[in-house]
Ligand binder design. Structure first.
Ligand code: FBP
Length: 262
């Protein structure tokens, strides 16, 4: 990690990335629980909450909506992605150049790397190109580090998650976004493996307030620098209430009980 690289998308060195690339990765089904979340403007409005340090979206959503929010929202350009309709070995198409993301006002880029996929080599080469372009432009680099594919039998195993965190460091990401490996010790090991690269926990499917905030608290206490979350925010009728709680845990280091009372 380059010192200061995450400054534009962090607060006091911590990150709360709101992810909204689900329309590509999962399809509109993720928006059924709260139909207004289908409209990107609703999620851009949510991203103006003080706790949110960056909003991760794909090219089309950024082109259409970021100009109205550039004063209030930090943009994390998710430059690759693949639909759920794709049935081949895990891969992710680069669909947005770093140059164009910069032109649109992005502060950082996001890139999915499927370590263990038959396409890992090409993905790592594409990542190298994007990472160096981002460095030239003083943009932060966030890796969605998700080991998946033929080489990976169990993608939630602690040793696999630690390897995912380490790939972030080895390949030059400022932040590695990893799945929670299930317990605090395993998360601490993953954070150690990432060394100077910041680790953020990936949100996952919707959980209760208490269960979700407790997992975030465990991850933070284990050494994570924050969270990248989508469904647990935009699939709530009142996303601001959960963001109030996350703000307490991530930035004010409160207990879960205090966060639930926020
Ligand atoms: P969630 O908090 O909703 O899990 O979002 C995080 C994220 O990484 C999104 O950026 C991405 O669209 C999605 O998860 C990918 O999920 P999956 O594990 O199904 O590939």
């Amino acid at each position: 990690m380059i010192p200061g690289a995450t400054d534009p998308i962090s607060r006091d060195g911590k990150l709360l990335i709101l992810a909204y690339d689900h329309g590509l990765e999962h399809g509109p089904v993720d928006f059924e629980a709260v139909p207004e979340s289908m409209n990107p403007e609703h999620v851009f409005d949510v991203a103006t909450h003080d706790a949110v340090t960056a909003l991760a979206v794909g090219k089309g959503v950024a082109e259409a909506h970021y100009p109205d929010y550039e004063e209030e929202v930090n943009l994390l350009a998710k430059i690759n992605g693949t639909s759920n309709l794709w049935m081949g070995e895990h891969d992710s198409a680069v669909n947005w150049s770093v140059e164009y993301a910069d032109e649109l006002g992005a502060d950082a880029i996001g890139f999915t790397l499927y370590g263990g996929s038959n396409h890992e080599v090409e993905m790592a080469e594409e990542f190298a190109e994007a990472q160096e372009e981002a460095r030239d432009r003083d943009m932060g680099v966030v890796m969605w580090s998700y080991p998946r594919g033929q080489g990976v039998k169990n993608d939630t195993k602690p040793s696999v998650i630690s390897y995912a965190a380490r790939l972030g460091l080895e390949l030059g990401a400022d932040v590695a976004k990893i799945k929670y490996p299930g317990d605090p010790e395993a998360m601490a090991h993953a954070c150690d493996a990432a060394a100077s690269t910041d680790v953020v926990m990936s949100g996952g499917s919707k959980a209760s307030d208490e269960a979700f905030l407790s997992t975030v608290k465990e991850a933070m206490d284990a050494g994570a620098k924050g969270l990248a979350v989508g469904r647990n925010v935009f699939q709530r009728e009142n996303p601001e209430a959960l963001l109030d709680g996350l703000e307490k845990i991530i930035f004010e280091e409160t207990s879960v009980e205090e966060a639930l009372a926020a």
